[in-house]
Structure formats: C-alpha cells, structure tokens
Ligand binder design. Structure first.
Ligand code: AMP
Length: 578
C-alpha cells in the first residue's frame, strides 16, 4: 500500500496533522472528528497506559504530576521531565505525540504514514531543530524536512504552483498561540521563501489573556468570601477554564454572563461565581499584552528594514488572533483588512502538508476558501461627524475576508428614554460612511419601554448559502427578532434601489401594488420628520423589492406588516401635528 507524506504542526498547546489530497491540503480529523489535538501526554502508573490529546488534558486536574503539557518549551534542552517515578527527555515525550498523530492519521486514512514534514518556530536554534528531528526518528518516522512555521503559513496562501514566475510579495506572519508569540517577515519570490526577520516572545500567548480574567474572578471571589483563595489549586484550574471560555465567547459577542455553580467549597458551603464581563472591560485588562505584540511587530519590520506600507499581506496564525483587539491593532497599523481566510489553528499544518506534497511531487491546486467578500454592518447614529454633522456611521459587525460560516455580535444603545423602536439597516461595503455602502435590508424592531442608553444586541450569522440571519435583542427584556437576509437576492434588490447622487434607496418607477402606492402618497407628506420619511422610504423599497423578486411569502408578509405598522404610526404622528 502506498504510504503518504504528511505535514505536522507540533505546537506548544495543540498539534495538527495534515495531508495533500487532490492538490489541496486537508487537516485530518483524528480525535473524535477533531483535527486539533492538545499537545498533552498523561501516564497512568497503575496500568501503564498512556493517554494523548483531549483525554490526557482531561486528566490534568486529577493527575497533574503524571501529565505533561507544553513540552515544546523544553525541547532541545537536556532537562529531564519527571513523571511519577520515571524520567523522560523532552524529545522522548514529543516522540510519543508524533507517533500518536501518525498512527491515528494512518488509522483514519487507512494508509500508512511514515514520512513527515514537521514545523518549528523560526526562532528555534540548531539544538531545538535537531531534537525535533530526533523526536521524529524515535517515533519511527522519516523526517523529510523541518520547516519554519511562518514559512509554512505563507505556503498556504501562495503555493509555488499557483504563484506566477517573478511574483514577489512581502508577507507578515503574526502568530499568537496559547503560550507563544512570533512575528516574521517572509519574502516570497517565485518558489523561494525567505524569512527576513523573526522575533517574538516565548512566554506570551492566549494563556496570559486567560490569566488576567482568572485573576479578576479570583479577586471577586476573595472579596465576596473575605478569604485568601490563592492556594486553592482546584479552584485555580476551574477559574482558568472559565476564563478561557469567557475570552473565546467575548471574541464574538459583546458580553458574557457567567453563572458557574460550586466553583469551590468554603466551610462546607458551595461558592458560586455569577458575574458579567463586557468585551470593553476585558480589552482594558489585556491592553498591555496586545501592545507588547505591536512592539514586536515594529521590531521585526525594523530588522527586515521594511515599513508597514511595504507589507503586501498579513497572515494571522494561532487561535489568539481571533481576539478582536489583535485584529483592530493590526488593521490600524497596516491600514488593511486582516487575513483570516484560512483557519488560524490549521494554517501551519496545512502549509506543512503543501511542503510535503512538493517534496513528493504531488500536483498542487489553488486553495479555495469561502470568505465574506464585503464587510457587513449596520448604521449607527450615535456618532456624528464633527465636520459634516452627518450621523451616518457604518459600524462593522462581520469584516471582509472573514471565513464563513461565522457569527458575530455587537451592542448598541438606545438614544431616548422609552424609545419605541429602532430601524435596523444592514449595509455591505468598506466605507466608514453608510452612504457609500450598499443597503441590503432594513427592518423595524419594536422596543419595550426602557431607560435611555439601554443595550440592544445585534447578531449577524452568515452561513455558507450566503444568508445572513440578523438577530436583534433588547437585553434583559426577552425581546428578540430575527430576520434572514439573502445577500444574493438583496444584491438584486439593492441594484433596483440603487443610490442616486445622495445614496438614498430609490423607489421603482411604478408602485407594485396598492400598499406601495399608499406609501408613496405618505412620502409626499412634508410635515413628517426627515428621519421618519427616510425610514418609510427604506422600508417601502425593501417591500417593493421583495414583491418584485418573488421572495418567499413569509418574508413579504413580514415586510408588509412592518410597512403597515409604520404607516399607521406616521399617519398618527401627522394627525397629531394638526
Ligand atoms: P494555538 O496555540 O494556536 O492552538 O492557540 C490556542 C490559543 O488560542 C488558546 O489560548 C485559546 O484560548 C486561543 N483561542 C482559541 N479560539 C479563540 C477565540 N475565538 N478567541 C480568542 N482566543 C482564542
């Protein structure tokens, strides 16, 4: 049976094995359908069994002295690791991980995996590289090549078979994982890839972000219980886990409500953790960590003798690059949208698989990834342009080039006490002003009476069919509404309502039915406020487009109901004006 050559990202926190298939790299789902395997080994002294990945990680709390994590930090050092009564060299533990990855991949693929390409950080010295090769050999594998992680990441975006002759590109690879941070400037020239500069911090990563939240929770509990809980080891482990989950949730939603029961026991009584954390608060706690990475980026560019404008592309690697604060910092520094079109957890392994394919002479194909072609967001009127007095701010919810499917949410605030409704307008485009973007849909969301500045959460869920489910909720009032926006149909509708010079949606030449005729009459009513007329026009446009495009009945009915309700409200408003 033909053996295959795989690429392995042997990470500090997680590892991934991938292969080239039909010219395209694929990560292999080896652990219960998961490609991402925690780089953890746990030993059971009772029966001599060895556990790997998620199983090993789960044993960490109960058997910390028999479980080994982050061995990559020690590789290349003559520093034995004690596990119960036994001692191992770091490369021996790494060998066990590699053997497990290759054996599981063989099982899934039904083909032997004997040859591998393994990635290492660009800053690894000779001893660390040699120890990694030894680990592969101890695992019974033929290590075809050791390649730098940023080079592997660059391979995924620009494989030599795809890039034309003579193309030259400068890529900045920003890799923020669980425990380490690396930034490299890579030059691509045809099929030559050169790391011009690389720097980082081997003790900075997602764990530090978790640690800040964990300390915050610990502080709260200590205050509440009036006790020093810093020596309570199981509590530390539990809080760290809650902190990581909270951090991950905050990457896609503005608030997280934590309700964890019995995080510890004091005087025989369980202690619960109930607290809400906002993204802004979390970003304040961790601002200096993001800033440290920014400084390293500047350092790498200095070393490579390039400036931000010289960089053609930013490649994000590592799970922590999903932090919005990291993306915002980079977007500001490089004045370009961030590249997240390949899963940042898989990118390095996929690149290693491309390299493995090149070595074995397999044909490569252009990698096609589904990404959002435009940014999606909504109009907010709480920010007024000081120069023009315009309140036309485009608030981005899903950035351009984000891999889909994706769900993102943001929070906005009401502008009046007992505000009756908000007009939700969904725009597509890259301009900070809605006027220059395309209105793809709008609908009205009726509010329950609430004080001024009450939060309204808006969630966009973009699926592979090109449908965006927009969910608006009035936080704390159980008031929610979801509308499905079909971007393909909306595009056609938007064309019809395409802006004249003003960028306003335009009604078609003729009314489409009696209701649209009535809406047009009401639009002539000069006594009504400009914002009300704008709202009416946008809704009438959306309704007419839905009728003309033959959208499904529920959608047309929904818009009809909204239009009737709005017209009733405006007629009342007009009559009250006398
Ligand atoms: P890696 O070492 O590349 O596997 O990255 C692991 C790190 O990424 C861990 O610290 C995770 O908590 C972090 N991470 C994973 N997903 C997210 C997310 N959505 N937002 C923020 N951090 C994340």
């Amino acid at each position: 049976m033909k053996d295959i050559c795989c690429g392995i990202d042997l990470g500090t926190t997680n590892s991934v094995i991938a292969r080239l298939q039909g010219g395209i790299p694929h990560a292999i789902d080896i652990e219960e359908g998961q490609a991402i395997v925690p780089s953890v080994v746990s030993f059971d002294p009772e029966n001599g069994q060895v556990y790997f990945g998620a199983q090993a990680l789960n044993r960490f709390v109960a058997f910390p002295s028999h479980t080994v994590k982050s061995v990559k930090r020690l590789i290349g050092k003559e520093q034995p690791i004690t596990v119960g009564d036994a001692t191992y060299l770091p490369e021996e533990i790494s060998a066990m991980l590699l053997k497990h990855l290759a054996a599981e991949a063989s099982r899934v693929l039904g083909q032997p995996v004997r040859r591998v390409v393994i990635t290492v950080p660009a800053y690894f010295d000779d001893a660390q590289r040699r120890a990694t090769i030894r680990a592969g050999e101890l695992a019974g594998l033929e290590v075809m090549r050791i390649i730098n992680e940023p080079t592997a990441a660059a391979f995924v975006y620009e494989s030599p078979a795809v890039s034309g002759e003579g193309t030259e590109e400068l890529i900045l690879v920003y890799d923020l994982g669980g425990g380490t941070f690396d930034v490299s400037v890579v030059q691509l020239r045809g099929d030559i890839k050169e790391v011009l500069a690389s720097c980082g911090d081997t003790a900075l990563g997602g764990d530090d972000f978790d640690e800040r939240l964990k300390e915050h929770f610990l502080e709260l509990l200590q205050q509440r219980c009036d006790r020093d809980l810093s020596e309570d080891f199981p509590l530390q482990v539990r809080l760290k886990d809650i902190a990581e989950r909270t951090k991950i949730a905050l990457s896609v939603q503005p608030f997280v409500a934590i309700n964890e029961v019995a995080v510890t026991v004091i005087d025989g009584e369980p202690v619960n953790l109930a607290v809400e954390v906002g993204r802004g608060e979390f970003e304040e706690m961790t601002e200096d960590l993001v800033e440290q990475t920014r400084r390293k980026v500047m350092e790498a560019m200095d070393e490579a003798k390039v400036v931000a404008e010289d960089i053609d592309r930013i490649v994000l690697v590592g799970g922590s690059t999903r932090l919005p604060a990291v993306q915002d910092m980079l977007a500001e520094l490089f004045e370009q949208p961030m590249e997240h079109s390949v899963d940042p957890d898989l990118c390095v392994a996929l690149g290693a698989a491309v390299q493995a394919g090149i070595i074995t002479g397999e044909p490569l194909r252009q990698i096609l990834i589904d990404v959002s072609a435009h940014s999606l967001g909504t109009r907010t009127i709480d920010e007024v342009d000081p120069e023009t007095g315009d309140a036309d701010y485009f608030s981005t919810i899903i950035r351009r080039n984000t891999r889909i499917p994706v769900t993102r949410s943001e929070v906005y605030y009401t502008m009046q006490p007992d505000q009756k409704r908000v007009e939700v307008e969904v725009f597509q485009g890259e301009s900070p002003s809605c006027r220059d973007n395309t209105l793809v849909d709008s609908f009205r969301f009726d509010l329950r009476p609430a004080p001024i500045h009450s939060p309204i959460t808006m969630e966009f869920s973009y699926d592979l069919q090109g449908i965006v489910h927009v969910t608006v909720s009035q936080k704390g009032y159980g008031n929610t509404k979801t509308v499905a926006v079909d971007l393909k149909k909306a595009k056609a509708a938007a064309k019809q309502a395409e802006a004249g010079a003003s960028g306003e949606p335009e009604l078609a030449d003729k009314p489409v039915n009696y209701l649209s005729q009535k809406a047009r009459q009401l639009l002539q009513e000069s006594r009504l406020a400009a914002t009300s007329l704008h709202e009416l026009k946008a809704l009438a446009c959306a309704y007419e487009a839905a009728v003309v495009n033959g959208e499904d009945e529920d959608r047309v009915d929904e818009l009809e109901d909204q239009l009737v309700a709005l017209m009733d409200a405006l007629e009342e408003e007009r009559d009250n004006l006398g």
